[in-house]
Design a protein around this ligand. Structure first.
Ligand code: MN
Length: 361
C-alpha cells in the first residue's frame, strides 16, 4: 500500500528544494513509502516521484513487487535494459538521485540521456524519515525495550571466563530470542583499554581483568526499526580517575538530553555535551560526534555534530552518546536514544546510568 501522507510530505520537500523529479532506491526509503521490502541486490529497482504527485516503480519481475494502487508499474526481465525505461519517464533538467544508489545504476540512467542534471535527491525522503510518526515511535520504543533487556543481560553475564567475542555472541543470541532480526552486526563488547577505541568490535581471546571498564554498545533491528544504546560498567573495582571520567561523561550526557527540545540546532546539542567535557579538561578525548539519527537504519539524519545545522523537530529520533577515550587506558561512553517531543524529549532507553561495579558478589 502506498503511504499517501508520507508521499505528500516528500513532494512538499521536493518543491521546497526545487526538484521536480527524484529516484528513490534505498531499501529503507522504499519500505517507508510502500511497506514493501525490495532488496534488489545488484539489480536495478527504483521509484520515481514527480512533483505532480505521479509515482512510477521500475522493478525486475523477479522481485515479487506486486502492483501498488496509485503507482505506475514498469517491470523488466533479466536481459532487458531497465535504464531506458526510467530515462523515458524523466523530464529534461535536474534529477534527484538517491545517495546510496551504486554508481553503475546512476551512470547507466545518465547515459541514456544527455539532457539530465544529476543532483542528490535523498534529503527529500530522509528529512521526512527523520520525523517519526506515532506508528514509528511505538516501534522505536519497542526496539529500545529489547535493548534495555539486552544491556541488562550483558551486564549480568560479565564473567572472567568469557572473552569479548563469546559474550558478544551470547548477546546476539539474546537479541534474536527477543525478536531482533537474525542478520545483525557484531555488537561492541570492549574490555579495559579496548573501550578507548570508539569502534572496537568484540575480539576472541580478549580476557577481562580486575579494574577494567566493560563497555557494551548494543544495537539491533526489531520489526525493521533499530535500537542503539551504550553502557559502561567496571569489573570488581574502579580507580579514582576512571570514576571521575565516568561522572563527567554522565553529566555531559544528561546536559545534552536536558537541552533537547524542538527548535534547537543539532550542532548546539553537540556543543552542550562538549562544553561539559571540555570544561572538565577532557575535551581532546571526546573523539566522536554526540549523536546520530536512528530509525530504519542505525545511522541516519539528523546527527548531533558540529557540522549539522538541522533544527530538532518533534518526532526526530537520535542518540546522545558523548564519551571520553583515554588511549591504552579506558573508554567511557553512555548512550541513550531520544525522541523529540513537543516541549523536550522522551528518553527511550531506560537502563540506569549510576556507576556500577560488578563481579564482587
Ligand atoms: Mn550510536
Amino acid at each position: 500500500m502506498m503511504n499517501k501522507q508520507r508521499f505528500a510530505r516528500v513532494v512538499e520537500n521536493m518543491k521546497a528544494s526545487g526538484l521536480s523529479q527524484i529516484l528513490v532506491t534505498d531499501d529503507p526509503s522504499i519500505f517507508y513509502l510502500t511497506k514493501r521490502i525490495v532488496n534488489p541486490m545488484e539489480r536495478c529497482g527504483a521509484i520515481l516521484i514527480k512533483d505532480s504527485g505521479e509515482v512510477h516503480a521500475f522493478m525486475n519481475n523477479l522481485f515479487c513487487f506486486d502492483p501498488i494502487d496509485g503507482m505506475v508499474m514498469h517491470y523488466y526481465a533479466d536481459g532487458e535494459n531497465p535504464y531506458a525505461l526510467i530515462a523515458a519517464e524523466l523530464q529534461p533538467g535536474k534529477v534527484g538521485f538517491d545517495k546510496n544508489w551504486p554508481s553503475k545504476h546512476t551512470i547507466s540512467v545518465l547515459q541514456e540521456r544527455d539532457d539530465l542534471i544529476p543532483v542528490l535527491g535523498s534529503d527529500c525522503v530522509d528529512l521526512c524519515k527523520s520525523q517519526k510518526d506515532e506508528e514509528e515511535r511505538e516501534l522505536l520504543r519497542k526496539a529500545s525495550r529489547v535493548n534495555d533487556l539486552a544491556v541488562g543481560y550483558a551486564i549480568d553475564h560479565i564473567d572472567p571466563s568469557l572473552d569479548e567475542k563469546q559474550l558478544s555472541d551470547m548477546i546476539e543470541e539474546f537479541f534474536e530470542a527477543h525478536g531482533a532480526a537474525r542478520d545483525i552486526q557484531l555488537q561492541y563488547v570492549c574490555y579495559g583499554k579496548n573501550a578507548a577505541e570508539p569502534h572496537h568490535g568484540a575480539v576472541a581471546g580478549e580476557k577481562l581483568k580486575e579494574g577494567d571498564a566493560v563497555l557494551f554498545d548494543l544495537w539491533a533491528p526489531v520489526d525493521n526499526y533499530w535500537c542503539d544504546m551504550t553502557r559502561t560498567v567496571f569489573y570488581k573495582r574502579v580507580s579514582d580517575e576512571h570514576r571521575k571520567v565516568y561522572e563527567i561523561v554522565k553529566e555531559a550526557q544528561q546536559a545534552a538530553i536536558d537541552f533537547v527540545k524542538p527548535g534547537v540546532k543539532m550542532c548546539d546539542i553537540d556543543a552542550v555535551a562538549r562544553k561539559v567535557i571540555t570544561d572538565a579538561g577532557y575535551g581532546d578525548y571526546f573523539l566522536t560526534r554526540t549523536g546520530h539519527g536512528v530509525g530504519m537504519t542505525v545511522h541516519e539524519p539528523p546527527e548531533a555534530s558540529a557540522s549539522c545545522d538541522l533544527i530538532a523537530q518533534p518526532g526526530m529520533c537520535f542518540s546522545i552518546e558523548p564519551g571520553i577515550y583515554l588511549k591504552d587506558d579506558v573508554g567511557v561512553r553512555i548512550e541513550d536514544l531520544v525522541i523529540v517531543t513537543e516541549d523536550g524529549c522522551e528518553v527511550l532507553t531506560k537502563y540506569p546510568k549510576e556507576l556500577q561495579i560488578v563481579g564482587n558478589d
